[in-house]
Design a binder for this molecule. Sequence first.
Ligand SMILES: [Mn+2]
Length: 433
Amino acid sequence: MLIATTHKNTDFDALASVIGATLLYPGCIGVVPKMTNKNVEQFLSTHKTAFNLVLPNEIDHEKVSKLIVVDTDQWHRLDRMDKLRNNKALEIDLWDHHMTGKGDIEPTWSLKEHIGATVTLLVREMKKKGTQLTPLDSTVMLIGLYEDTGHLSFPSTTSEDASAAAFLLENKADLNVANFFLNPPYEENQKEILFEMMKKTEKRTINGHPVGFNCVKLDKKVPNLAAVVSMYRKIINVDALFVIFISDETNTVIGRSGVESIHVGEVMLVLGGGGHAGAGSASIKTAKYTPTQIKDKISAILLEKKSETVSIADIMSFPVVSVPPTTTMREIQTIMQREKIRGILVTENDEILGITVLWDLKRIKKQRQWDSPVKAFMARDVITITPNTSPTMAARIMKEKDVGYLPVLQSNKVIGIVTRTDILTYYYDLLPD
Ligand SMILES: [Mn+2]
Protein backbone atom coordinates (compact mmCIF):
# COMPACT_ATOMS: atom_id res chain seq x y z
CA MET A 1 0.00 0.00 0.00
CA LEU A 2 1.09 3.47 -0.88
CA ILE A 3 0.19 6.41 1.40
CA ALA A 4 0.91 10.13 1.43
CA THR A 5 0.85 12.17 4.61
CA THR A 6 1.92 15.46 6.11
CA HIS A 7 2.37 17.42 9.34
CA LYS A 8 -0.08 17.82 12.20
CA ASN A 9 -1.89 21.17 12.40
CA THR A 10 -2.22 20.68 8.69
CA ASP A 11 -2.41 23.87 6.67
CA PHE A 12 -3.66 24.18 3.11
CA ASP A 13 -0.26 23.75 1.46
CA ALA A 14 0.15 20.48 3.37
CA LEU A 15 -3.36 19.27 2.50
CA ALA A 16 -3.01 20.34 -1.14
CA SER A 17 0.32 18.52 -1.39
CA VAL A 18 -1.19 15.32 0.05
CA ILE A 19 -3.99 15.55 -2.51
CA GLY A 20 -1.42 16.30 -5.20
CA ALA A 21 0.49 13.16 -4.22
CA THR A 22 -2.64 11.02 -4.51
CA LEU A 23 -2.94 12.30 -8.08
CA LEU A 24 0.72 11.81 -8.98
CA TYR A 25 1.22 8.35 -7.49
CA PRO A 26 -1.21 5.76 -8.88
CA GLY A 27 -3.10 3.97 -6.08
CA CYS A 28 -1.90 6.39 -3.42
CA ILE A 29 -4.12 7.07 -0.41
CA GLY A 30 -3.91 10.43 1.34
CA VAL A 31 -3.67 10.29 5.13
CA VAL A 32 -4.63 13.58 6.77
CA PRO A 33 -3.67 14.10 10.44
CA LYS A 34 -6.53 14.37 12.89
CA MET A 35 -5.40 17.84 13.98
CA THR A 36 -5.74 20.27 11.12
CA ASN A 37 -5.96 24.04 10.97
CA LYS A 38 -9.44 25.42 11.40
CA ASN A 39 -9.92 26.47 7.77
CA VAL A 40 -8.64 23.10 6.54
CA GLU A 41 -11.07 21.37 8.90
CA GLN A 42 -13.89 23.45 7.49
CA PHE A 43 -12.82 22.60 3.95
CA LEU A 44 -12.61 18.89 4.71
CA SER A 45 -16.03 18.83 6.33
CA THR A 46 -17.55 19.52 2.94
CA HIS A 47 -14.89 18.22 0.55
CA LYS A 48 -13.38 15.14 2.18
CA THR A 49 -15.27 12.58 0.11
CA ALA A 50 -14.26 14.30 -3.11
CA PHE A 51 -10.68 13.16 -2.57
CA ASN A 52 -8.97 9.88 -1.72
CA LEU A 53 -8.38 10.78 1.95
CA VAL A 54 -8.50 8.87 5.25
CA LEU A 55 -7.48 9.43 8.88
CA PRO A 56 -4.34 7.86 10.41
CA ASN A 57 -6.39 5.33 12.40
CA GLU A 58 -8.07 4.11 9.24
CA ILE A 59 -4.96 2.57 7.71
CA ASP A 60 -3.20 -0.70 8.39
CA HIS A 61 0.40 0.34 8.98
CA GLU A 62 1.63 -3.21 8.40
CA LYS A 63 0.54 -3.03 4.78
CA VAL A 64 2.29 0.24 3.95
CA SER A 65 5.20 -0.34 1.57
CA LYS A 66 5.79 3.21 0.47
CA LEU A 67 5.32 6.51 2.29
CA ILE A 68 5.16 9.90 0.64
CA VAL A 69 5.80 12.75 3.07
CA VAL A 70 4.95 16.29 2.03
CA ASP A 71 5.57 19.73 3.57
CA THR A 72 7.70 18.48 6.49
CA ASP A 73 10.82 16.38 6.98
CA GLN A 74 10.38 15.46 10.64
CA TRP A 75 8.89 12.29 12.08
CA HIS A 76 7.46 13.93 15.19
CA ARG A 77 5.31 16.23 13.10
CA LEU A 78 3.52 13.29 11.47
CA ASP A 79 0.39 11.84 13.04
CA ARG A 80 0.66 8.21 14.23
CA MET A 81 3.40 7.15 11.80
CA ASP A 82 5.85 5.90 14.43
CA LYS A 83 5.14 2.29 13.48
CA LEU A 84 6.55 3.00 10.03
CA ARG A 85 9.70 4.55 11.40
CA ASN A 86 11.27 1.23 12.24
CA ASN A 87 10.31 -0.43 8.98
CA LYS A 88 13.67 -0.68 7.21
CA ALA A 89 12.12 -1.90 3.97
CA LEU A 90 9.87 1.16 3.75
CA GLU A 91 10.41 3.32 0.70
CA ILE A 92 10.05 7.06 1.40
CA ASP A 93 9.58 9.94 -1.02
CA LEU A 94 9.88 13.42 0.44
CA TRP A 95 8.58 16.71 -1.01
CA ASP A 96 9.29 19.78 1.05
CA HIS A 97 10.22 23.44 1.07
CA HIS A 98 11.33 23.71 4.70
CA MET A 99 15.10 24.03 4.46
CA THR A 100 15.98 23.94 8.14
CA GLY A 101 18.37 21.06 7.70
CA LYS A 102 17.13 19.36 10.84
CA GLY A 103 14.81 16.80 9.24
CA ASP A 104 15.17 13.27 10.62
CA ILE A 105 13.16 11.48 7.95
CA GLU A 106 15.63 9.67 5.72
CA PRO A 107 14.04 9.49 2.31
CA THR A 108 14.77 7.07 -0.51
CA TRP A 109 14.06 9.92 -2.90
CA SER A 110 13.50 13.59 -2.14
CA LEU A 111 12.79 16.92 -3.68
CA LYS A 112 13.58 19.78 -1.31
CA GLU A 113 13.80 23.30 -2.61
CA HIS A 114 13.54 26.91 -1.55
CA ILE A 115 10.16 27.66 -3.03
CA GLY A 116 7.00 29.42 -1.85
CA ALA A 117 4.86 26.34 -1.44
CA THR A 118 5.38 22.59 -1.47
CA VAL A 119 2.43 22.20 -3.81
CA THR A 120 4.40 24.09 -6.48
CA LEU A 121 6.88 21.19 -6.54
CA LEU A 122 4.03 18.74 -7.16
CA VAL A 123 2.55 20.99 -9.84
CA ARG A 124 5.94 20.93 -11.60
CA GLU A 125 5.69 17.15 -11.83
CA MET A 126 2.04 17.29 -12.90
CA LYS A 127 2.94 19.60 -15.78
CA LYS A 128 5.63 17.15 -16.86
CA LYS A 129 3.37 14.14 -16.65
CA GLY A 130 0.29 15.87 -18.08
CA THR A 131 -1.77 14.92 -15.00
CA GLN A 132 -5.47 15.66 -15.45
CA LEU A 133 -6.91 17.96 -12.78
CA THR A 134 -10.54 18.50 -11.87
CA PRO A 135 -11.61 22.04 -10.90
CA LEU A 136 -11.75 20.74 -7.32
CA ASP A 137 -8.15 19.50 -7.42
CA SER A 138 -6.99 22.78 -8.92
CA THR A 139 -8.89 24.82 -6.36
CA VAL A 140 -7.47 23.12 -3.26
CA MET A 141 -3.96 23.34 -4.70
CA LEU A 142 -4.40 27.03 -5.48
CA ILE A 143 -5.60 27.65 -1.91
CA GLY A 144 -2.46 25.91 -0.59
CA LEU A 145 -0.24 27.89 -2.92
CA TYR A 146 -1.88 31.22 -2.04
CA GLU A 147 -1.85 30.51 1.70
CA ASP A 148 1.85 29.69 1.86
CA THR A 149 2.91 32.55 -0.41
CA GLY A 150 0.55 35.23 0.99
CA HIS A 151 -1.20 35.33 -2.40
CA LEU A 152 2.22 35.29 -4.15
CA SER A 153 3.49 38.23 -2.10
CA PHE A 154 5.79 36.68 0.54
CA PRO A 155 9.53 37.12 -0.19
CA SER A 156 9.86 33.34 -0.46
CA THR A 157 7.62 33.35 -3.54
CA THR A 158 9.35 32.34 -6.78
CA SER A 159 8.35 32.89 -10.39
CA GLU A 160 7.59 29.18 -10.52
CA ASP A 161 4.99 29.60 -7.77
CA ALA A 162 3.33 32.24 -9.95
CA SER A 163 3.47 29.92 -12.99
CA ALA A 164 1.94 27.15 -10.88
CA ALA A 165 -0.89 29.51 -9.93
CA ALA A 166 -1.42 30.29 -13.62
CA PHE A 167 -1.48 26.56 -14.40
CA LEU A 168 -4.07 25.91 -11.69
CA LEU A 169 -6.23 28.78 -12.93
CA GLU A 170 -5.99 27.36 -16.46
CA ASN A 171 -7.24 24.13 -14.94
CA LYS A 172 -10.32 25.89 -13.62
CA ALA A 173 -9.38 26.62 -10.03
CA ASP A 174 -12.33 28.49 -8.53
CA LEU A 175 -11.32 31.82 -6.97
CA ASN A 176 -14.67 32.28 -5.22
CA VAL A 177 -14.20 29.06 -3.32
CA ALA A 178 -10.53 29.88 -2.74
CA ASN A 179 -11.32 33.30 -1.29
CA PHE A 180 -13.91 31.85 1.02
CA PHE A 181 -11.38 29.52 2.66
CA LEU A 182 -8.44 31.93 2.51
CA ASN A 183 -10.17 34.77 4.33
CA PRO A 184 -12.10 33.30 7.20
CA PRO A 185 -13.74 36.04 9.32
CA TYR A 186 -12.21 36.81 12.71
CA GLU A 187 -13.94 35.00 15.49
CA GLU A 188 -14.95 36.32 18.88
CA ASN A 189 -12.21 34.44 20.77
CA GLN A 190 -9.57 35.62 18.31
CA LYS A 191 -10.62 39.18 19.08
CA GLU A 192 -10.35 38.46 22.80
CA ILE A 193 -6.76 37.28 22.33
CA LEU A 194 -5.97 40.40 20.32
CA PHE A 195 -7.32 42.67 23.07
CA GLU A 196 -5.41 40.65 25.65
CA MET A 197 -2.16 41.22 23.70
CA MET A 198 -2.86 44.94 23.37
CA LYS A 199 -2.90 45.34 27.16
CA LYS A 200 0.75 44.56 27.58
CA THR A 201 3.49 44.24 25.01
CA GLU A 202 7.13 44.30 25.97
CA LYS A 203 9.32 45.94 23.36
CA ARG A 204 13.03 45.25 23.21
CA THR A 205 15.55 46.65 20.75
CA ILE A 206 17.70 43.83 19.46
CA ASN A 207 20.46 44.51 16.92
CA GLY A 208 18.69 47.77 16.17
CA HIS A 209 15.35 46.06 15.52
CA PRO A 210 12.26 46.72 17.60
CA VAL A 211 11.05 43.29 18.72
CA GLY A 212 7.78 42.72 20.58
CA PHE A 213 7.08 40.06 23.20
CA ASN A 214 3.74 39.05 24.63
CA CYS A 215 2.59 36.45 27.11
CA VAL A 216 -1.03 35.42 26.86
CA LYS A 217 -2.81 32.87 28.96
CA LEU A 218 -4.70 30.41 26.81
CA ASP A 219 -7.52 28.60 28.55
CA LYS A 220 -9.49 27.48 25.52
CA LYS A 221 -8.75 26.49 21.99
CA VAL A 222 -8.52 29.48 19.68
CA PRO A 223 -8.35 28.83 15.95
CA ASN A 224 -5.57 30.26 13.83
CA LEU A 225 -3.64 32.11 16.50
CA ALA A 226 -0.93 32.67 13.92
CA ALA A 227 -3.18 35.02 11.94
CA VAL A 228 -3.86 37.04 15.09
CA VAL A 229 -0.13 37.28 15.85
CA SER A 230 0.58 38.29 12.27
CA MET A 231 -1.98 41.06 12.39
CA TYR A 232 -0.87 42.29 15.80
CA ARG A 233 2.75 42.62 14.62
CA LYS A 234 1.59 45.03 11.95
CA ILE A 235 -0.60 46.96 14.38
CA ILE A 236 2.23 47.61 16.84
CA ASN A 237 4.75 48.08 14.01
CA VAL A 238 7.63 45.96 15.28
CA ASP A 239 10.12 44.14 13.05
CA ALA A 240 9.38 40.87 14.80
CA LEU A 241 6.85 39.67 17.34
CA PHE A 242 6.98 36.62 19.56
CA VAL A 243 3.87 35.67 21.50
CA ILE A 244 4.06 33.04 24.21
CA PHE A 245 0.72 31.33 24.72
CA ILE A 246 0.68 29.88 28.19
CA SER A 247 -1.31 26.79 29.01
CA ASP A 248 -1.05 24.03 31.60
CA GLU A 249 1.54 21.68 30.17
CA THR A 250 3.04 23.35 27.16
CA ASN A 251 3.71 26.90 26.18
CA THR A 252 3.45 27.65 22.51
CA VAL A 253 5.53 30.39 20.96
CA ILE A 254 4.36 31.89 17.69
CA GLY A 255 6.74 34.25 15.93
CA ARG A 256 6.35 36.56 13.00
CA SER A 257 9.00 38.70 11.32
CA GLY A 258 8.74 41.40 8.72
CA VAL A 259 12.47 41.88 8.13
CA GLU A 260 15.00 39.74 6.39
CA SER A 261 17.57 39.82 9.18
CA ILE A 262 15.25 38.17 11.69
CA HIS A 263 14.66 34.58 10.61
CA VAL A 264 11.87 33.26 12.84
CA GLY A 265 12.27 29.68 11.65
CA GLU A 266 15.91 29.57 12.76
CA VAL A 267 15.01 30.97 16.18
CA MET A 268 12.23 28.43 16.61
CA LEU A 269 14.51 25.62 15.56
CA VAL A 270 16.73 26.34 18.57
CA LEU A 271 13.62 26.11 20.75
CA GLY A 272 12.65 22.76 19.22
CA GLY A 273 10.15 24.07 16.68
CA GLY A 274 10.53 25.32 13.14
CA GLY A 275 9.18 27.46 10.36
CA HIS A 276 10.14 29.89 7.64
CA ALA A 277 11.98 33.21 7.61
CA GLY A 278 8.80 35.13 8.27
CA ALA A 279 6.81 32.71 10.38
CA GLY A 280 7.36 29.92 12.84
CA SER A 281 6.35 28.31 16.08
CA ALA A 282 7.58 26.05 18.85
CA SER A 283 5.94 24.11 21.66
CA ILE A 284 7.89 24.07 24.90
CA LYS A 285 7.03 22.07 28.01
CA THR A 286 6.16 24.47 30.83
CA ALA A 287 8.55 22.60 33.11
CA LYS A 288 11.46 23.40 30.81
CA TYR A 289 11.39 27.19 30.64
CA THR A 290 9.28 29.91 32.23
CA PRO A 291 7.81 32.47 29.82
CA THR A 292 10.45 35.00 30.95
CA GLN A 293 13.20 32.48 30.21
CA ILE A 294 11.71 31.89 26.76
CA LYS A 295 11.80 35.64 26.08
CA ASP A 296 15.41 35.88 27.22
CA LYS A 297 16.34 32.84 25.19
CA ILE A 298 14.80 34.31 22.03
CA SER A 299 16.60 37.63 22.67
CA ALA A 300 19.88 35.78 23.15
CA ILE A 301 19.42 33.77 19.94
CA LEU A 302 18.66 36.95 18.01
CA LEU A 303 21.73 38.68 19.43
CA GLU A 304 23.93 35.75 18.43
CA LYS A 305 22.66 35.88 14.85
CA LYS A 306 23.91 39.42 14.56
CA SER A 307 27.28 38.53 13.13
CA GLU A 308 25.60 37.02 10.09
CA THR A 309 23.65 40.09 9.14
CA VAL A 310 24.79 42.82 6.79
CA SER A 311 25.88 46.04 8.43
CA ILE A 312 26.16 49.55 7.11
CA ALA A 313 29.89 49.19 6.68
CA ASP A 314 29.19 46.72 3.87
CA ILE A 315 27.01 49.06 1.85
CA MET A 316 28.23 52.60 2.60
CA SER A 317 29.99 54.75 0.02
CA PHE A 318 33.50 55.98 0.60
CA PRO A 319 35.74 57.91 0.56
CA VAL A 320 33.55 60.82 1.60
CA VAL A 321 34.15 64.20 0.03
CA SER A 322 34.38 66.95 2.60
CA VAL A 323 35.12 70.64 2.20
CA PRO A 324 35.85 73.56 4.52
CA PRO A 325 32.91 75.89 5.36
CA THR A 326 34.35 78.73 3.26
CA THR A 327 34.02 76.76 -0.01
CA THR A 328 31.84 78.62 -2.49
CA MET A 329 28.68 77.13 -3.91
CA ARG A 330 30.25 77.35 -7.37
CA GLU A 331 33.05 75.08 -6.18
CA ILE A 332 30.49 72.77 -4.57
CA GLN A 333 28.72 72.45 -7.92
CA THR A 334 31.99 71.65 -9.68
CA ILE A 335 32.91 68.98 -7.14
CA MET A 336 29.47 67.35 -7.32
CA GLN A 337 29.64 67.19 -11.10
CA ARG A 338 33.22 65.96 -11.17
CA GLU A 339 32.78 63.29 -8.47
CA LYS A 340 29.24 62.40 -9.56
CA ILE A 341 27.97 62.76 -6.00
CA ARG A 342 24.95 64.47 -4.54
CA GLY A 343 26.14 65.17 -1.01
CA ILE A 344 29.25 66.80 0.45
CA LEU A 345 30.20 67.08 4.09
CA VAL A 346 31.34 70.41 5.45
CA THR A 347 34.05 69.88 8.03
CA GLU A 348 36.57 71.85 10.00
CA ASN A 349 39.36 70.21 11.98
CA ASP A 350 37.76 66.82 11.46
CA GLU A 351 34.52 68.04 12.96
CA ILE A 352 31.31 67.86 10.95
CA LEU A 353 29.71 71.29 10.67
CA GLY A 354 27.05 70.44 8.15
CA ILE A 355 26.13 68.75 4.92
CA THR A 356 25.25 70.17 1.54
CA VAL A 357 23.27 68.28 -1.06
CA LEU A 358 22.41 68.70 -4.73
CA TRP A 359 19.10 70.23 -3.69
CA ASP A 360 20.93 73.21 -2.13
CA LEU A 361 22.23 74.19 -5.58
CA LYS A 362 18.63 74.42 -6.80
CA ARG A 363 17.91 76.95 -4.06
CA ILE A 364 20.33 79.41 -5.64
CA LYS A 365 18.28 82.15 -7.31
CA LYS A 366 20.71 85.03 -7.74
CA GLN A 367 24.01 84.89 -9.63
CA ARG A 368 26.05 86.34 -6.77
CA GLN A 369 24.92 83.53 -4.47
CA TRP A 370 27.28 81.19 -6.35
CA ASP A 371 30.09 83.02 -4.63
CA SER A 372 28.55 82.60 -1.18
CA PRO A 373 30.21 80.12 1.19
CA VAL A 374 28.62 76.71 1.64
CA LYS A 375 28.02 77.40 5.30
CA ALA A 376 25.18 79.70 4.25
CA PHE A 377 23.39 76.87 2.48
CA MET A 378 24.36 73.70 4.31
CA ALA A 379 22.12 71.83 6.72
CA ARG A 380 23.60 72.02 10.19
CA ASP A 381 21.96 69.18 12.05
CA VAL A 382 23.77 66.19 10.62
CA ILE A 383 22.58 62.83 11.82
CA THR A 384 25.33 60.26 11.93
CA ILE A 385 25.36 56.50 12.41
CA THR A 386 27.97 53.92 13.37
CA PRO A 387 29.34 51.17 11.09
CA ASN A 388 27.41 48.44 12.90
CA THR A 389 24.00 50.03 12.35
CA SER A 390 21.78 47.69 10.36
CA PRO A 391 20.57 48.83 6.92
CA THR A 392 16.98 48.48 8.14
CA MET A 393 17.73 50.80 11.04
CA ALA A 394 19.45 53.29 8.72
CA ALA A 395 16.41 53.25 6.44
CA ARG A 396 14.19 53.92 9.44
CA ILE A 397 16.33 56.88 10.55
CA MET A 398 16.17 58.35 7.05
CA LYS A 399 12.41 58.08 7.05
CA GLU A 400 11.92 59.45 10.57
CA LYS A 401 14.36 62.36 10.25
CA ASP A 402 13.60 62.93 6.58
CA VAL A 403 17.24 62.94 5.52
CA GLY A 404 18.87 61.24 2.57
CA TYR A 405 22.47 61.14 3.78
CA LEU A 406 23.88 59.53 6.89
CA PRO A 407 27.62 59.96 7.51
CA VAL A 408 29.11 56.90 9.18
CA LEU A 409 31.31 57.71 12.14
CA GLN A 410 33.88 55.50 13.79
CA SER A 411 35.79 56.94 16.78
CA ASN A 412 34.58 60.40 15.70
CA LYS A 413 36.08 59.98 12.27
CA VAL A 414 33.95 59.91 9.13
CA ILE A 415 34.61 56.63 7.35
CA GLY A 416 31.75 56.66 4.85
CA ILE A 417 28.32 57.90 3.96
CA VAL A 418 25.07 56.07 3.35
CA THR A 419 22.59 57.40 0.84
CA ARG A 420 19.09 56.31 -0.11
CA THR A 421 20.61 54.76 -3.20
CA ASP A 422 22.88 52.57 -1.04
CA ILE A 423 19.87 51.41 0.95
CA LEU A 424 17.92 50.62 -2.20
CA THR A 425 20.83 48.72 -3.67
CA TYR A 426 20.99 46.71 -0.49
CA TYR A 427 17.30 45.85 -0.55
CA TYR A 428 17.27 44.83 -4.16
CA ASP A 429 20.48 42.83 -4.06
CA LEU A 430 19.14 40.83 -1.19
CA LEU A 431 15.87 39.86 -2.78
CA PRO A 432 15.58 36.05 -2.61
CA ASP A 433 17.38 34.09 -5.30
MN1 LIG B 1 4.19 24.62 3.18
